[in-house]
Design a protein around this ligand. Structure first.
Ligand SMILES: Nc1nc2c(ncn2[C@@H]2O[C@H](COP(=O)(O)OP(=O)(O)OP(=O)(O)O)[C@@H](O)[C@H]2O)c(=O)[nH]1
Ligand SMILES: [Mg+2]
Length: 350
């Protein structure tokens, strides 16, 4: 799962990036930062209590921190900066809800950012349209479909409407949109970067971010990135203590990752053994065979069956052997729809 951080200059993207990845990237400069963040998952610890592994491996998010471009920069330049966002699955828009002397303007900031993304998409759409039109004139059927998609995209963008707000793209149209990396077509997670005295996001500014997210089909979370980056520099015991003293139950990566998973329609399954207990993210509704493919294409190709059980079974019976003896180990075929939280052994043959 790839998440691109965007937002106006100095809204706190790099501060958030550092907090989530544990890196210490410089807040300025014009190069994007790339880093991985572990998705905390209490189920992993629970599984490991019963099946003690050498390693616990959480699922990860890949974060790309894109430097903000001052509004009014020319579209080509913005487009260059945003080239990196074209490759991510989800856009995370950081919105400044703390006051550092410049005042706070949530609707204005969101609108400015959105306009930049729309302009960047427009540049891509216009370039692509000419090219696709030339190919379409040779009778190429795919190019004809691309031209049609690009035409409706241009109409939306000209009106200032993000592509994602037109909800009824067909599967093949969505594929075309992805192939061009249209940023305004991607789902958006809004992060209200709140002040230190508004950790639970009670302010009107945080509420304005939530309302906007809701109205535009996105997700939102409130994070005080400054505090989070301080937290991330502490060792785990001190971190817990500081979290508690602030009245927070977990670091921001928890709610942030959950919101991103909802946006992308992802769920988790687990593999557990002496070597490692590991969490995997797949599309909700994925088949057992597809889940196998998330681990390795060989396991997908040689799929025989999946032996599954749930965390509840493990808590009740304590060992996999006891689960099997109690007849609770399910043997599932390749078309089985994976359930969130399944613990799985794949049997395969290559
Ligand atoms: N008071 C306060 N300051 C913050 C907060 N979050 C970030 N800042 C400060 O805002 C400044 C800019 O933060 P950055 O994280 O570098 O901003 P950015 O979005 O990466 O900016 P660009 O890379 O220039 O686009 C830094 O001095 C941060 O310390 C916050 O929650 N409260
Ligand atoms: Mg930055």
């Amino acid at each position: 799962m790839d998440v691109g951080l965007v937002g106006l200059p100095s809204c706190g993207k790099t501060t958030l990036f550092n907090a989530l990845t544990g890196q210490q990237a410089a807040g300025f400069g014009d190069k994007p930062h790339v880093g991985m963040a572990n998705i905390p998952d209490p189920r992993l610890e629970k599984i490991a209590q019963f099946i003690p592994p050498e390693k616990i491996i959480p699922a990860t998010i890949r974060l790309v921190d894109i430097p903000g471009v001052p509004p009014g920069s020319d579209a080509k330049k913005i487009s260059g900066f945003l080239e990196h966002v074209r490759q991510v699955d989800t856009v995370c828009q950081v919105v400044r809800c703390f006051d550092d002397g410049m005042g706070i303007d949530v609707p204005g900031d969101i609108d400015k950012m959105e306009t930049e993304l729309i302009l960047a998409d427009l540049v891509v759409a216009e370039g692509a349209q000419n090219k696709a039109a030339r190919t379409a004139r040779t009778g190429d059927k795919d190019a004809k479909e691309r031209v049609a998609v690009l035409e409706s995209v241009s109409v939306l963008l000209d009106e200032g409407t993000p592509i994602r707000l037109k909800g009824d793209w067909s599967e093949s149209e969505q594929k075309i949109l992805r192939s061009y990396g249209f940023i305004s077509a991607k789902p958006v997670l809004y992060v209200a970067n709140v002040a230190e005295d508004d950790l639970d996001g009670k302010s009107e500014h945080a509420a304005a971010v939530r309302d906007h997210a809701q109205a535009s089909g996105g997700q939102s979370v409130s994070v005080c990135t400054k505090l989070e980056s301080e937290l991330s520099e502490l060792d785990p015991a001190d971190r817990l203590e500081m979290l508690e003293s602030m009245g927070l139950s977990e670091p921001a990566i928890g709610p942030l990752a959950r919101a991103a998973m909802i946006l992308l329609g992802l769920s988790n399954f687990y593999t557990a053994g002496e070597k490692e207990v590991r969490s995997w993210a797949i599309h909700a509704g994925a088949s057992a065979r597809e889940a196998a493919g998330a681990i390795h294409s060989d396991i997908e190709r040689g799929f025989i069956r999946a032996e599954c059980y749930g965390l509840d079974d493990l808590i009740q019976y304590k060992t996999e052997k006891a689960i099997r003896d109690a007849g609770k180990l399910r043997s599932e075929g390749k078309n089985y729809t994976m359930q969130d939280g399944d613990i799985v052994h794949f049997l395969f043959n290559v």
